[in-house]
Design a protein around this ligand. Structure first.
Ligand SMILES: Nc1ncnc2c1ncn2[C@@H]1O[C@H](COP(=O)(O)OP(=O)(O)OP(=O)(O)O)[C@@H](O)[C@H]1O
Length: 246
């Protein structure tokens, strides 16, 4: 699976938020989308999942655009939004059943996988409950269970750590690593740079709708000319340079 974003100009109105964004996410890669508040991370993700249409440039998954083949484009993808989206009138069990139906999965295999995920995220005894009334972290866990249930080729994860307790954060990171090793591609936006440094193997640093730099951690360190620098140091240094130039 390869996501290719090429020369993307886009946003919510005629005035673009994203200005000529190009990067790729390949099988076996966790790509960290990093940037300050308002840098354009969620806007990029909204374009990737098809909520927004490019004004210029293209987004393809294995060579296919959303417009050319919506089913092919979307069937490869599982998305975890920053703010959990749950159905008021459905129980946790029904959310899982809906996901199984939507992705056309084998029920037995999918439920076996769901049970494991529910156990990992300590939700096994909540199947008959209504997630709309769960705490923020528990709602986030439901989104994680439903997304990872699908064994997607491509995961899009928007700021997943907000509201998760340390146990759930660890379990999610283990899951991401396991899926990456299985060959999935993962695009993840986050402000938790220490975690990103450890778990992502490629970084796209966004600033004011533009890509400030991209590469592996080693490549970022080399171009920053500081072998001891952390991702936070590099990011703050680069955004500071841009702000100073203005
Ligand atoms: N629905 C919207 N309509 C119009 N403009 C929007 C909308 N959502 C975001 N924007 C604008 O797009 C720009 C980028 O916002 P975006 O949400 O992509 O940032 P972000 O990097 O995800 O920030 P954060 O870290 O705060 O989540 C901001 O200037 C924001 O005001």
């Amino acid at each position: 699976m390869t996501l290719k974003i090429n020369g993307l100009v886009g946003g919510y109105s005629q005035v673009p938020v994203l200005k000529n964004i190009s990067f790729e996410v390949r099988a076996g890669q966790v790509v960290g989308l990093i940037g300050l508040n308002g840098a354009g991370k969620s806007t990029t993700i909204n374009h990737v999942i098809g909520l927004l249409t490019p004004q210029k440039g293209s987004i393809t998954i294995d060579g296919v655009t959303l417009l050319a083949s919506p089913e092919k484009y979307k069937s490869k993808m599982a998305y975890i939004p920053e703010i959990p989206v749950l159905y008021q009138e459905l129980t946790l069990k029904e959310h899982i059943e809906l996901t199984i139906m939507a992705y056309g999965m084998n029920k037995e295999k999918a439920w076996a996988r769901a049970r494991k995920l529910l156990k990992t995220f300590r939700l096994s005894n909540k199947l008959e409950w209504f997630p709309a009334n769960f705490s923020k972290g528990m709602k986030q866990k439901v989104m994680i269970v439903c997304a990872f249930l699908t064994e997607a080729d491509f995961y899009v994860i928007d700021e997943p750590f907000l509201g998760l307790d340390p146990l759930a954060t660890r379990d999610l990171l283990n899951l991401i690593e396991k899926e990456r090793k299985r060959g999935a591609a993962i695009l993840m936006s986050t402000h938790v740079l220490s975690t990103a440094q450890e778990y992502c193997n490629y970084f796209v640093l966004l600033h004011q709708g533009k890509i400030r730099t991209q590469g592996t951690f080693e490549e970022l360190r080399n171009s920053y000319q500081d072998q001891q620098a952390s991702l936070t140091d590099i990011y703050l240094g680069l955004t500071q340079e841009v702000t100073d130039d203005e």
